[in-house]
Design a protein around this ligand. Structure first.
Ligand code: NAD
Ligand code: MG
Length: 391
């Protein structure tokens, strides 16, 4: 029996994780579940999976959550705030941690899981973009196995040689759907609404990653994620647009071979892979029907219409702190776009201005990373207020 803690249980990845676990209750037991403030769903999940610990990160909702258990014979232990998340990530009873909180908020708990030597299923790509070097070295020091959940990175992981030795590969090819605006002209970009940006053609995901997919910053974050996870240089990674999202990524070898991972676009595929690794279990997703799919297309990315992708390359060329700044500015810009304070096309302007304003330094400590993250957030907010605000 593997024991699992799910950080961000009420989100899109969290819900898919519980869907896979429910199919294999003889193999997995849920020890801890966390949410920010979706206490209704967390309550339903607790009643079904009976974890020992439930964490409501937003303290203001904790009392209301506990009140829901009135009259029940079962009640989980409750924790809240960042300390609660860290507890869920590191408690002795847990073997595997699904890191599926969105954004920088997931970093401290992901680091705690690595420090505790847990087997980490990593969906929270922002943690790697913010502090990849630190997270990877902490995981190595503590024998914490990192299994990528992001579909592209999970695909690469599956196509790499045994032991993940990247010395003998030619390059990694990350595929990108291109998002909902792949064929829109630049002139049409200005008036894109949050609703349009969140309607991804192939994937059903949380709002933040949906907007990232629409700007293609998601692929930029994934480029950085791949460099950190697989210890490769940017020049060894190619990004290819593949609108059908059937090939999730590829690895090319010097002999001319290319290995691809193919599946329907459903996060339960990489989640089931990581949960059962090195074994295989069913995920609830059918094997592809190639004859139904018929044709697959590939093209080069367009950096003029998707400047966020270019900004990610720029940040990767600079120091680690530049990717921390990129991530923080992007989180602020996406949030402001979702709240209709700025336009879709302003997102890249906020990130560009923030990257230019903040001095980039070598980072080897969490304190420095958190300081850069804060500086970037403060600058991005003031830039939005002073230069961009629509109302
Ligand atoms: P989501 O918005 O659906 O869910 C986010 C989860 O994090 C929720 O449980 C929420 O309660 C929790 N959360 C949010 N803010 C928090 C805070 N401040 N403190 C504590 N908890 C907080 O997001 P998602 O789509 O499930 O994505 C989760 C992560 O997985 C992201 O990093 C995303 O980039 C990555 N990812 C998602 C997908 C996907 O298909 N959804 C695919 C690849 C990678
Ligand atoms: Mg992805």
């Amino acid at each position: 029996m593997k024991t699992v803690s799910i950080l961000g249980a009420t989100g899109s990845v969290g819900v898919s994780t519980l869907d896979v676990i429910e199919r294999h209750v003889d193999q997995f037991s849920v020890v801890a579940l966390t949410t920010n403030q979706n206490i209704d769903l967390l309550y339903d999940q607790c009643i079904k999976f009976r974890p020992k610990l439930a964490v409501v990160a937003n303290v203001e909702h904790a009392d209301k959550f506990i009140a829901k258990f009135k009259g029940e014979s079962y009640m989980p232990e409750l924790a809240s705030g960042q300390d609660g998340l860290k507890l869920a990530a590191s408690m002795a009873e847990v073997d595997c941690v699904m890191a599926a909180i969105v954004g920088a908020a997931g970093l401290p708990a992901t680091l705690a899981a690595a420090a505790a030597g847990k087997h980490i299923m990593l969906a929270n790509k922002e943690a790697l973009v913010m502090s990849g070097d630190l997270l990877m070295s902490l995981a190595k020091q503590n024998n914490s196995q990192l299994l990528p959940i992001d579909s592209e990175h999970n695909a690469v992981f599956q196509c790499l040689p045994v032991g993940n030795d990247t010395c003998e590969i030619e390059k990694i090819i990350l595929t990108a759907s291109g998002g909902p605006f792949l064929t829109k002209t630049l002139a049409e970009f200005e008036n894109i609404t949050p609703e349009e940006a969140c309607a991804h053609p192939n994937w059903d995901m949380g709002k933040k990653i949906s907007v990232d997919s629409a700007t293609m910053m998601n692929k930029g974050l994934e480029l950085i994620e791949a460099c950190k996870l697989f210890n490769v240089n940017v020049k060894d990674i190619e990004i290819v647009i593949h609108p059908q999202s059937i090939i999730h990524s590829l690895v090319a070898y010097p002999d001319g071979s290319m290995l691809a991972h193919m599946a329907y676009p459903d996060m339960r595929v990489p989640i089931a892979h990581a949960l059962a690794w090195p074994k295989r279990i069913s995920s609830g997703v059918d094997v592809l029907s190639l004859t139904e799919i018929g044709a697959l297309e590939f093209s080069k990315p367009d950096y003029d219409r998707f400047p966020c992708l270019k900004l990610a390359y720029d940040a990767m060329d600079a120091q680690q702190s530049a990717t921390t700044v990129l991530n923080a500015a992007n989180e602020i810009a996406v949030d402001s776009f979702l709240k209709e304070k700025i336009r879709f096309t302003d997102i890249s302007l906020v990130i560009d201005a923030t990257l230019q304003d903040i001095e980039h330094v070598v980072v080897d400590e969490l304190d420095v990373i958190l300081e850069k993250d804060q500086q970037a957030r403060i600058f991005a907010c003031s830039f939005i207020r002073d230069s961009l605000t629509r109302h």
